[in-house]
Design a protein around this ligand. Structure first.
Ligand SMILES: Cc1cc2nc3c(=O)[nH]c(=O)nc-3n(C[C@H](O)[C@H](O)[C@H](O)COP(=O)(O)O)c2cc1C
Length: 407
């Protein structure tokens, strides 16, 4: 039975209809050209995802400024110079009557050493010692700097609209700049941008306000946000619910729930989450659903059709977010809807070398290689050996790939 999964979702405020309940969640592709524009490979990858049948396809994070990059292959949209390439990307990514949203992001202090000189953050608080060698040291943003970042978010959102993306998603999860502002661990400012949650939420609220005023009332705007950081003295579930409710006034069309940061990578199932079900953040989403009218997508861990149908039936989520499964088979939504598939079998991506397997970096690398294959017109290779994947990366990129990759 595909009763719930196949049901369209009306984004009421915009009048937009998402043709089914599948959301292809953001996966950073690392496929941009040297000047950070979309490439043919990237465009082809999204053609495949559009054909794969998801009602909503979201891009990997697109950076709002070339001054703050998480990886060499990040796409950046900060001016109109390459807009013709973004138009091509938008056309390919929505070719199947699906919604195609651009995820827009500023990495804050999660910027890889060597790529940029310094990171910007709410406060100049470095990472935990084991991560400091991977990331550039952070500097606290000035008030003028904060307003400049807000201006850039709205500029990128407008350019995405002009290029033909059918919506934008603001990335407020996973320990990037907005998530850093939300967290009392990373935001220790004493001005109006820090302190109580009302102040820590100000940055996200001002980004939402600015983006909404720029793109107008008829354009979908989503937010991806953590249920919690899962860290001591971090952003909590109660705070997350408070913040999401406070976004209703900006007409946010979809909240995507994830969790964790680089320091605690629970978004891909590493470390502890309280969930006993296949999807990591469902319990939280069910709590949230009682408190907000904004439609919700839950991402992380969905691996069976039954689990997805049950989650929708229970009313804790309106959409099913999928990321890694769609890197090994872009047609999964279509196959699930046609009844050709019940379970998504993902390989365990482990080299057997504890130091390599520990942080989740190996997994991200392996999945990125699958995206590369699809972009080049090949099929994904789910049986690709993680050890070979590691050797391939070392051969192509040197030991630099052992640096942290983003999620
Ligand atoms: C290779 C890779 C890149 C990712 N890049 C992003 C990203 O750019 N933005 C984002 O919000 N999440 C990113 N994620 C996290 C996914 O969107 C998703 O939250 C996570 O993989 C859990 O969902 P899954 O169990 O369906 O894979 C990435 C995950 C992977 C594996």
């Amino acid at each position: 039975m595909t009763y719930y999964l196949s049901e369209p979702l009306l984004l009421e405020k915009r009048g937009a209809i998402v043709k089914n309940r599948f959301m292809k969640s953001a996966m950073s592709e690392g496929m941009a050209s040297e000047d950070h524009a979309p490439t043919e490979e990237l465009i082809h990858l999204y053609e495949r995802w559009a054909e794969g049948g998801a009602g909503l396809v979201v891009t990997g994070n697109v950076m709002i400024t070339g001054d703050a990059l998480g990886e060499p292959g990040n796409v950046v949209l900060e001016d109109a110079s390459d807009l013709h390439l973004f138009r091509k990307w938008a056309k390919a990514g929505k070719k199947n009557g699906n919604e195609f949203w651009m995820q827009i992001n500023h990495p804050g202090k999660q910027v890889v050493r060597g790529l940029v000189k310094e990171g910007h953050a709410p406060s100049a608080i470095p990472f935990s010692p084991d991560l400091q060698r991977f990331f550039a040291p952070p500097r606290a943003l000035t008030t003028a700097g904060i307003h400049e970042v807000i201006r850039r978010f709205k500029r990128t959102a407008l350019l995405a609209k002009e290029a033909g993306f059918t919506g934008v998603q603001i990335h407020a999860a996973h320990g990037y700049l907005i998530s850093q502002f939300l967290s009392p661990r990373h935001n220790q400012r004493t001005d109006e941008w820090g302190g109580p949650i009302e102040n820590r939420a100000r940055f996200l609220r001002e980004v939402c306000r600015a983006v909404r005023s720029e793109v107008g009332e008829d354009y979908p705007v989503g937010v991806k946000i953590n249920s919690a950081d899962f860290m001591k003295a971090g952003f909590t579930e109660e705070e997350s619910i408070y913040v999401i409710k406070s976004l209703e006034e900006f007409g946010i069309d979809l909240i995507e729930i994830s969790g964790g940061t680089y320091e605690k990578a629970v978004m891909t199932g590493k470390g502890t989450t309280e969930s006993k079900r296949e999807a990591y953040f469902l319990e939280y989403a069910e709590r949230l659903k009682k408190e907000t009218t904004i439609p919700i997508a839950v991402t992380g861990g969905f691996r069976t059709k039954e689990g997805m149908e049950q989650a929708l039936a229970a009313g804790g989520t309106d959409m099913i977010g999928l990321a890694r499964p769609l890197a090994v088979d872009p047609s999964i939504p279509d196959k699930l809807l046609k009844g050709e598939l019940e379970t998504l079998d993902l390989p365990a991506v482990k080299t057997g070398i504890p130091a390599i397997d520990k942080g989740g970096m190996m997994e991200i690398m392996w999945f990125s290689q699958q995206l590369d294959r699809i972009g080049k017109g090949q099929e994904a290779k789910p049986n690709f050996s993680p050890k070979l994947s590691l050797l391939k990366s070392l051969w192509e990129n040197g030991t630099g790939i052992l640096k942290k990759r983003r999620v």
